[in-house]
Design a binder for this molecule. Structure first.
Ligand code: AMP
Ligand code: MG
Length: 490
């Protein structure tokens, strides 16, 4: 039996300027270290066959499956605010698209599968550590219910990649509803290729916003759609303490999924200024800056779409500004509604936002763990559990706040048990804590031991369940376990 991929490719049918045709570069000794079996089934693939040597060869880019039309996608992008007119898939190759069990078109992409015409000085490869990080964090985001690309498989290549030292090479199979980015539009805008922008916009509408096809002003609505999805996405990030780390326009998806997990991390203690990425010296992509940056990225997208809005530049700009103006409201509404749920409020009342803001301020001042404070607050709804209080350096800061909170929740008819259940359904017990992710990577890279990786992935698949046997995974790092810096996958 050979592995069958039911490809139905559409992107590779677009004009030649959209991509470069290029096959993955074969590797020495592919070995499958993880297959996401439920995701394989969702994609219409046979997980048993993918686990054979032939499956591993495909997932490592050694064999190209029938029906694949391998391409590297062209894109540009602003990296830390600096425009680069040509980036493109320098170490990723899109094998093709399949329609999944829900009828959704999904890209199957190999990341780390060898050089492409967009590689510039890079080797087209990925090291094992960043591949495992992306696998763990993207699947954790999925389990948290946050729109994201997913990870189908990780293979080691049997070859080394040279970074600061020689590291084991690996390939991640990434699944996305598409890999079209703000930077994809920028690639054509900087070349003043309005026809290509229109082709791309039509492709995106058909694929991600089909309800807009017959709209009176489909391109305006497209921008509005991306604005709304990005605003909601960033709110979801903030509500779980996620820091993307490299929100460049080329890492900003048109479909509204989280994409390109590099030096990303979840924060432990609540700190709005938190940065992890070693390359983000100015704090451009700090936790609390993420909404502002998303709007900045969307403004770059709007600039690309202006020629489709109107021939009159001024009119087009005014219309774009109007659409971008909705971002703040959509973000705030989603964020505040999410926060209300996190503190167990079923309704909204005047004063709620201030009450919540005071909690966040007390948490920041007291280095309270973001995840545990909210999770344990759910238990405080049923009894006088001191676990939330214990997150605060100065527990009195919590006591003052919790008195006001108790008075507020007493105004709602729901029972304590109902409130706890509702809170536990939105406040995870388990997030991919950075020290855990690092420990898993060390075991894999140094000792070829994947048991810690398997266990972490298993725990993170059910983030809202208590899982008492894995309670230690909920713990924040001890002072000497804290990871202060994360590094890019390059
Ligand atoms: P990233 O930081 O992963 O979003 O990548 C930014 C750009 O650099 C993209 O165009 C990547 O394709 C390219 N790139 C990153 N790492 C490599 C590599 N090892 N080889 C070739 N291109 C790379
Ligand atoms: Mg990228």
């Amino acid at each position: 039996m050979t592995v069958h991929f039911p490809f139905q490719n559409s992107y590779s049918a677009l004009p030649d300027s959209f991509f470069a045709r290029v096959a993955p570069t074969p590797v020495a000794a592919p070995r499958l270290i993880k297959l996401n079996r439920p995701l394989a089934v969702q994609l219409g693939l046979d997980p048993d066959l993918l686990e054979t040597a032939e499956g591993a060869a495909i997932l490592a880019g050694k064999t190209v499956p029938d029906g694949a039309d391998p391409i590297a996608m062209a894109y540009a992008g602003h990296q830390f605010g600096q425009f680069v007119p040509q980036l493109g898939d320098g170490r990723a190759i899109l094998l093709g698209e399949v329609i999944d069990k829900d009828g959704v078109r999904r890209d199957i992409q190999l990341k780390g599968s060898g050089p492409t015409p967009f590689s510039r000085r890079g080797d087209g490869r990925a090291a094992l550590g960043p591949v495992l990080r992306e696998y763990i964090v993207s699947e954790a985001m999925y389990a948290l219910g946050i729109p994201t690309t997913r990870s189908l498989a990780a293979v080691v290549t049997g070859e080394h990649v040279i970074r600061e030292t020689a590291l084991p090479g690996a390939v991640l199979t990434r699944i996305a509803s598409s890999h079209i980015r703000v930077g994809t539009f920028q690639f054509f805008a900087v070349r003043r290729d309005t026809e290509a922008i229109r082709r791309l916009a039509d492709h995106v509408i058909a694929r991600h916003y089909p309800e807009l096809r017959d709209a009176e002003r489909p391109y305006h609505e497209l921008l509005a759609g991306v604005v709304a999805r990005q605003a909601e996405l960033i709110a979801r990030w903030l509500l779980v303490g996620f820091i993307h780390g490299v929100m460049n326009t080329d890492n900003s998806s048109i479909s509204g999924e989280t994409i390109d997990y590099g030096p990303c991390a979840f924060m432990d203690a609540y700190n709005p200024a938190q940065v992890f990425s070693s390359i983000d010296e100015m704090g451009r992509y700090a936790y609390a800056n993420q909404p502002r940056i998303a709007l900045w990225n969307l403004t770059r997208l709007a600039e690309c779409l202006l020629p489709l809005f109107s021939d009159e530049q001024e009119k087009a700009v005014a219309e774009a500004q109007d659409i971008l103006g909705a971002f703040s409201e959509i973000f705030s509404t989603a964020y505040q509604a999410g926060l209300r749920k996190k503190v167990g409020l079923f309704t909204g009342r005047e004063g709620d936002d201030a009450l919540i803001q005071d909690l966040l301020e007390a948490m920041a001042k007291n280095q309270a763990d973001f995840t545990l404070t909210f999770r344990k607050l759910g238990d405080s709804a049923v009894d006088d559990s001191a676990d939330a209080r214990a997150q605060f350096m100065e527990p009195a800061a919590f006591d003052e706040w919790s008195g006001r909170w108790r008075a507020r929740i007493a105004l709602e008819p729901q029972s304590a048990a109902e409130r706890q259940a509702a809170m536990h359904a939105v406040n995870p017990a388990f997030i991919p804590r950075n020290h855990r992710v690092e420990a898993v990577i060390q075991a894999a890279v140094n000792d070829d031991d994947y048991a810690p990786f398997e266990e972490l992935v298993q725990v993170l698949a059910k983030p809202f369940e208590d899982q008492p046997e894995f309670a230690a995974y909920a713990d924040p790092p001890l002072p000497d376990q804290r990871v202060l810096r994360t590094f890019c996958g390059t």
